[in-house]
Design a protein around this ligand. Structure first.
Ligand code: MDE
Ligand code: FAD
Ligand code: SF4
Length: 670
């Protein structure tokens, strides 16, 4: 299986066991020495899972390069010791590991930040200080010293972070580099900074040390690098002594999504492919590669020599071993939701994974064989019930899983129908496989009742999910009123003009469902790049062209009672994508709405003191949910040990993260 993916890669002085590079991810464990045992366990598990080369989360070369105050830094001899825990743990499992050196430049979330010029980024509150000529030299020295210390710590190499809009990238574009000295002015001068870093680093570390350079091949911001300059830079970086060139796509401030669920799989490998033949060293491609068939196809097509995957290895540390064993159905696939990884990092919390709560908690959340076998009934086969049932069965308990529906998945069966959320199918495929593998007794099409559960089980876990909340409004029973469930389960034909009451995550999803063409652009890279204005011919520096969104399928009003901009409370790193998507679909998003009544004319509302009638064919209610825990009291009355998980416990809207996490933790402790 997967001959290209699993082929070793000879780098001359060393050899990687396959073509999988685990891309850099900040976990939140790299900042304090006390967390390095956890960090080592995290990487060791991925190394054991078969990865060829690991790149750590970004480590700053000096304090001015910090992402935030007291970020992990490699600048002094006493920083070395803690990293040895990581390198030894990874080497013991047969993988190789590079330390990423990341200088945040103007993305630094602290007052000491520096940049080529004193220009604030749109996504940080601090204006950086412009580096003086000596400051530039000192920064280059800091990169070199950091690489030497990484070598002392036992790393096989380093990755120089030259993309995502960080310091090096800031030197490379006229957008952020207004210098007139030898480090600015022309494209050639602007390139000098990274080239000098790599050249002096190679001199300092010797020939037998990997230097990966993460090259921004598509900036996706205005006033950025032209393709010809990027090629020139790649050649100079090769000549300066880099071993591998990794691909960077988009600055953090770019307004084109690059890694969220609605980005097509492998959406940017064509960029790396353009670079093939321009340099002689191996190229690594990246972004939204999450399953072995996708990776294999990319390598077989010759788009790159290696694939970088980051989040897929949070989701499943055994990804490579499962691919090697020819059992891709066993892979717990990353659904690109960002909810527990990137959202956490940008909120200054430890990263984890929605589908794998053990990620970054390897030493704290252990799934071990149960001391005594218990008979457990799990009611509800949504994400919470699935996580609980399979974890319990894996530990040796005898588990029966009930669902009244004819298929497993609960609300994920609705989520997977949202255009751009096609990945949710994968989680259900994974759980189907895992139910089989762990031997859970699955009873579909069965409504569990207090009577049927009263005997025969030591414990009953209620994972019965939620009931949608209705609205109390004149005309709430009008035939044009539908619940999101009617709509998403395909039980109702929806007219051309629609109002959605409630602009939470489900309201946004329903608006996308009603306005996007199916199959969605997520399934087609060319359509998707047009939709977001990505120039696949790279004629414009930065790769942006006017977006050409497909016309909406319907006219939609998305309404909320609370004041302010709808969607402000959506997730940190994906909310803006949903807001932009609906804007492209010309959805009218209104806050501060008072609902008056619904009748044949439509939905009567007051907005900003003004009465209006929205002339809609349907009103779809997405007004939140209540926990469905009807069985709890009756079971307790019969003396049954009952536990609640998921939506049945807390009915927060889009919260499969909590559902899976709590269910796994409960199951690990029974
Ligand atoms: P927001 O509310 O969307 O934006 C704030 C305001 O700024 C405006 N804005 C802009 N105006 C003009 N031009 C722009 N380019 C631009 N961008 C934003 C907005 O319109 C808004 O103004 P308003 O509308 O209110 O008037 O966003 P926010 O401040 O809440 O947060 C933004 C995010 C940082 C979350 C964000 O934009 C992010 O989602 N971008 C995408 C990030 C991404 O997906 N990157 C891809 C790869 S991820 C990766 O490589 C690793 C990331 C982890 C690093 S650590 C690296 C290490 O290993 C995390 C370090 C974080 C340091 C900043
Ligand atoms: P559910 O998924 O609701 O499952 C409960 C199950 O219990 C159901 O299958 C039901 O049939 C069964 N059941 C109930 N009573 C009985 C009974 N008496 N006998 C037998 N079976 C019974 N969350 C996110 O984190 N991110 C997202 O992007 C996201 N997108 C979403 C998009 C949509 C359109 C929707 C509707 C939800 C989305 N969610 C998302 C929310 C997520 O799906 C829920 O948080 C999650 O499904 C809750 O899991 P659960 O197992 O607690 O409940
Ligand atoms: Fe992937 Fe979501 Fe897990 Fe992050 S939290 S690794 S995006 S599945």
């Amino acid at each position: 299986a997967y001959p290209h993916l699993l082929a070793p890669l000879d780098l001359g002085f060393t050899r990687l066991r396959n073509r999988v590079l685990m891309g850099s991810m900040h976990t939140g464990l790299e900042d304090k020495a006390a967390d390095f045992d956890k960090l080592a366990a995290f990487y060791a598990e991925r190394a054991r899972g078969g990865v060829g080369l690991i790149v750590t989360g970004g480590i700053a070369p000096n304090l001015r390069g910090w992402l935030k105050p007291l970020s992990g830094t490699m600048s002094m001899p006493w920083h070395v010791g803690r990293h040895r825990k990581v390198t030894q743990a990874v080497h013991a499992e047969g993988a190789k590991i590079c330390m990423q050196i990341l200088h945040a430049g103007r993305y630094g979330y602290h007052p000491l930040s520096v940049a080529p010029s004193a220009i604030k980024s749109p996504i940080t509150p601090f204006t950086p200080r412009a580096l003086g000529a000596r400051g530039v030299e000192r920064t280059i020295d800091a990169f070199v010293r950091s690489a030497k210390l990484a070598r002392d710590a036992g790393y096989d190499g380093v990755e120089v972070m030259g993309s995502e809009g960080y310091l090096i990238n800031q030197f490379l574009t006229a957008r952020t580099n207004h210098r007139t000295d030898r480090w600015g002015g022309s494209a050639e001068h602007r390139m000098r900074f990274p080239v000098e870093i790599v050249r002096r680093m190679r001199e300092a570390v010797g020939r037998d040390f990997i230097i990966v350079y993460r090259l921004s091949m598509l900036d996706l911001v205005d006033d950025a690098q032209a393709w010809t300059d990027i090629v020139t830079l790649a050649r100079k970086i090769e000549a300066a002594g880099a071993t591998l060139i990794n691909t960077g796509i988009g600055w953090h401030e770019a307004r084109v999504p690059t890694i969220v669920t609605s980005v097509p799989r492998g959406a940017f490998t064509w960029v790396t492919r353009r670079m093939k033949g321009e340099v002689g060293i191996p190229l690594v491609t990246t972004n939204r590669i999450n399953m072995p068939d996708v990776a294999e196809r990319i390598l077989a097509n010759g788009d790159a020599d290696m694939v970088s995957m980051a989040r897929p290895l949070l989701a499943d540390p055994d990804w490579v071993n499962k691919a090697s064993a020819g059992t891709p159905a066993a892979i717990n696939t990353c659904i690109a939701c960002n909810q527990a990884c990137l959202d956490h990092v940008f909120e200054n919390r430890r990263a984890s994974c929605l589908v794998n709560p053990r990620a970054c908690h390897e030493t704290e959340l252990a799934i071990t064989p149960a001391a005594a076998t218990k008979r457990v009934a799990v009611v509800g086969a949504g994400p919470a019930g699935l996580a609980a049932a399979t974890t319990l069965a894996e530990r040796g308990h005898a588990v029966t899983l009930f669902d009244r529906a004819s298929e497993i998945g609960g609300q994920f069966n609705m989520a997977k129908r949202i255009p751009g959320k096609e990945e949710f199918h994968e989680t259900l495929r994974y759980f189907r496989h895992r139910l089989d593998a762990t031997g859970v007794d699955v009873r579909l099409g069965q409504v569990a009742t207090a009577d049927s559960l009263a005997s025969g089980y030591d414990t009953v876990i209620l994972a019965t999910g939620v009931t949608p909340r209705g609205i109390a409004l004149d005309g709430a029973d009008h035939p044009k009123v539908l619940s999101y469930i009617d709509v998403l389960q395909g039980n109702a034909a929806v007219g051309p003009r629609v109002a959605i009451i409630g602009a939470g995550g489900i309201g946004f999803d329903v608006a996308e469902f009603l306005t996007e063409h199916v199959p969605s652009p997520t399934t087609d890279i060319t359509r998707w790049t047009k939709e977001w204005g990505v120039d696949m011919h790279m004629t414009v520096p930065g790769g942006l062209m006017p977006a050409q969104p497909e016309p909406p399928e319907r006219q939609v009003w998305l309404l909320q009672r609370s004041e302010g901009r709808p969607g402000a409370r959506l997730n940190k790193t994906s909310g803006w994508v949903h807001r932009a998507t609906l804007k492209n679909k010309k959805v009218a998003m209104l806050g501060g709405v008072t609902y008056e009544r619904i009748d044949d004319a439509g939905l009567h509302v007051t907005v900003g003191g003004e009465k209006q009638v929205l002339p809609v064919d349907h009103v779809i209610v997405c007004a939140g949910q209540e926990p469905n825990r009807d069985l709890q009291a009756a079971l307790q009355a019969k003396g049954v040990d009952v536990r609640l998980v998921g939506g049945a416990d807390v009915a927060a809207e889009l919260d499969a993260k909590r559902a899976i996490d709590r269910a796994t933790r409960l199951a690990a402790a029974i």
